[in-house]
Design a protein around this ligand. Structure first.
Ligand SMILES: [Zn+2]
Length: 118
């Protein structure tokens, strides 16, 4: 079952290196890896199809467990409401609201995120 794989990749053997810098780096690496997997999973032809929210959740768990932040550039690409990875043209509509100085990401669940670029 593919779900089990994700779990192991997510929060597995890190315990061996508890509290070390290496561990944080690993956590960082895993978070960006998981979020890129999450995006890939939106491709219907991908073997990970439908796993997107799960990958995002694992990334969030790692983030809070190891107290490392999700990089801002990656964080904006996740829906706050349904935790799907947001990929413009796939499950998200992006429009720039220049008068407001932000970009609106509208998720397929209906939630909208406003990313201010100023
Ligand atoms: Zn959503």
């Amino acid at each position: 079952m593919p779900g089990q794989e994700g779990e192991r990749e997510g929060v597995g053997e890190g315990g061996l290196l508890k509290g070390s810098r290496v561990q944080k780096e690993m956590a960082d690496y895993r978070i960006s890896r998981l979020l890129s997997l999450a995006k890939e999973s939106l491709n219907k032809n991908s073997p990970m199809s439908g796993m997107g929210k799960r990958y995002v959740r694992i990334a969030e768990e790692i983030s809070s467990h190891y107290k490392v932040g999700i990089p801002k550039t990656l964080k904006v690409q996740v829906c706050r409401k349904c935790h799907s990875p947001l990929v413009p043209g796939v499950n998200a509509v992006v429009r720039a609201v220049s008068s407001g100085g932000y970009v609106a990401y509208k998720c397929e669940c209906g939630a909208e995120r406003h990313i201010f670029y100023k």
